[in-house]
Design a protein around this ligand. Structure first.
Ligand code: BJW
Ligand code: ZN
Length: 242
């Protein structure tokens, strides 16, 4: 792991508004696959165009539904790791910390983060694919999507698929937090999926220091102070220096 610069520790001690921006890598040490890892990533083993688009669901709702039911069973079985716990602890120690996540898991909440802003929804929530009304959670072994009682449309997971807009409230809150942030700590994201990937860049344009925690290079490297290493090691180390 790279050394944590003393100047960063000083900047964190002095900062009021710190924004944490997380992606699938923060949950990797809990055992959840990321999306773009070349071997174990979901998109290395499943085609996103067959599973994570509204067109795929319209074409073959049963296949898409069953894939998300499998994901729900996997997600229900994992626990937060040291990185989730460190972020929750940072939130209590820093005066005005905000957590923006692209993750559809609930590991930040389980680690004690009170109000993560979810840009890509939650794999556990449901909505009607036709009228959009919220639908109740169902047993994770139900093989077919139930019908909406309002309009007869099919139930789908309340996540953001490719080609869909991000939920308006969370997106607006994330943009506002980015504009106000003094420091952004981007953790475990390939920073390639837009518009979410704009969040650290918006903060940078507004003058924030961008710190990146990731064992691999990403497009954020050129504007960030890069702490190469697993989030479950780097974040507790950073916290211990605060
Ligand atoms: C570790 C670690 C450890 C490992 N510690 N780190 C501009 C340019 C180009 C394309 C576009 C653009 N604007 C829009 C697009 C199109 C598209 C897009 O971005 N495509 C790109 C992929 C090219 N975007 C969209 O379609 C978006 N919608 C949209 O634009 O709508 C327009 C519209 C507007 C108004 C009305 C209507 C339409 C929507 C994007 C939705 C993304 N959805 C997914 C699936 C969610 C549901 C599900 O889970 O099934 O969201 S895709 C997937 O990617 C998921 C993630 O949230 C997202 C980001 O991935 P993430 O989290 O970064 O994971 P990975 O795997 O990529 O990276 C993991 C990282 O962790 C790696 O860097 C590792 O090194 C690291 N790591 N172990 C720390 N221990
Ligand atoms: Zn409906």
């Amino acid at each position: 792991m790279t050394e944590i610069p003393a100047a960063l520790v000083e900047a964190l001690r002095a900062a009021k508004r710190v924004l944490f921006f997380t992606g699938a890598g923060v949950s990797a040490e809990s055992g959840l696959p990321t999306f773009r890892d070349a071997q174990t990533g979901l998109w290395a083993n499943y085609k996103p165009q067959d599973l994570a688009t509204p067109e795929a669901f319209a074409r073959d709702p049963e296949t898409v539904w069953r894939w998300y039911q499998w994901r729900r069973r996997v997600h229900a079985d994992v626990a937060p790791n040291a990185a989730h716990r460190a972020i929750a602890e940072f939130e209590t120690r820093l005066p005005d910390a905000v957590l923006v996540t692209q993750n559809v898991d609930r590991l930040h909440e389980l680690a004690g983060s009170l109000a993560p802003i979810h840009l890509h929804g939650s794999v556990f929530r449901n909505k009607c694919a036709q009228c959009g009304v919220e639908m109740p959670e169902v047993p994770h072994d139900l093989e077919s999507p139930p019908r909406c009682t309002e309009c007869g449309g099919l139930c789908r997971p309340d996540v953001v698929w490719f080609g869909e807009g991000l939920p308006e409230g969370p997106w607006k809150a994330a943009v506002e937090a980015a504009a106000a942030a003094e420091i952004v700590i981007s953790v475990g994201t390939s920073a390639t999926v837009h518009p979410a990937a704009r969040i650290p860049l918006l903060a940078r344009e507004a003058g924030a220091l961008v710190v990146q925690v990731n064992p691999e290079a990403t497009p954020l490297d050129r504007v960030a102070l890069n702490l190469r290493g697993p989030a479950g090691v780097v974040l507790p180390e950073l916290l211990s220096r605060l």
